[in-house]
Design a protein around this ligand. Structure first.
Ligand SMILES: [Zn+2]
Length: 175
């Protein structure tokens, strides 16, 4: 089955994704599909559930304000937040929730533990926008969407947009 970008309220977006245990498992196809789709839509990050695969794999653009270059997009397997400090409020959007934007409070700095494609251990600190991308993408692995983290008042303002997306999803499934 070919992978494509899943749009809210696709149920795969609400599933808790599974750890990758076996690095001999063929991750290459999954990651290259993720890279292709991220490049097509021009986002700053992508989680495997967003293309219908409930596994703990994310892509993050490490220099999100810079020019889009393939080598800037890095893959992280089984990423975890080991520590989070500070706070930062910024506007977020999500490729899986088109046209919806809203302010979300996040940690300003997160310590990340993950593995690379070869299973090599990685430990590092992410700051500012990159830190937000990690938090947003790791949330996807737990079935959490950025809209869940908006204030109650803001949630009301986007509720009709979410309702429209639900309607469209139902209609597309029938056709
Ligand atoms: Zn997202």
């Amino acid at each position: 089955m070919s992978h494509y970008l899943r749009i809210y309220p696709d149920p795969v977006l609400r599933k808790k994704a599974a750890n990758i245990d076996d690095f001999s498992e063929n991750l290459t196809v999954l990651v290259s599909d993720m890279r292709r789709i991220l490049a097509e839509v021009g986002g700053v990050g992508l989680a495997a559930p967003q293309i219908g695969v409930s596994k703990r794999v994310i892509l993050v653009r490490m220099n999100p304000m810079g020019r889009v270059e393939d080598e800037d997009v890095r893959v992280f397997i089984n990423p975890e937040i080991m520590d989070a400090t500070g706070s930062r409020i910024g506007e977020e959007g999500c490729l899986s929730i088109p046209d919806v934007l809203g302010e979300v409070e996040r940690s300003a700095q997160v310590k990340i533990r993950a593995k690379d494609l070869l299973g090599k251990h990685l430990d590092f600190t992410a700051q500012d926008l990159v830190s937000v991308i990690f938090q947003h993408e790791i949330d996807h692995l737990d079935g959490i969407l950025f809209t869940d983290r908006m204030s109650a008042a803001k949630k009301i303002t986007i509720s009709s947009q979410l309702k429209q997306l639900k309607k469209k999803y139902q209609k597309d499934r029938k056709s």
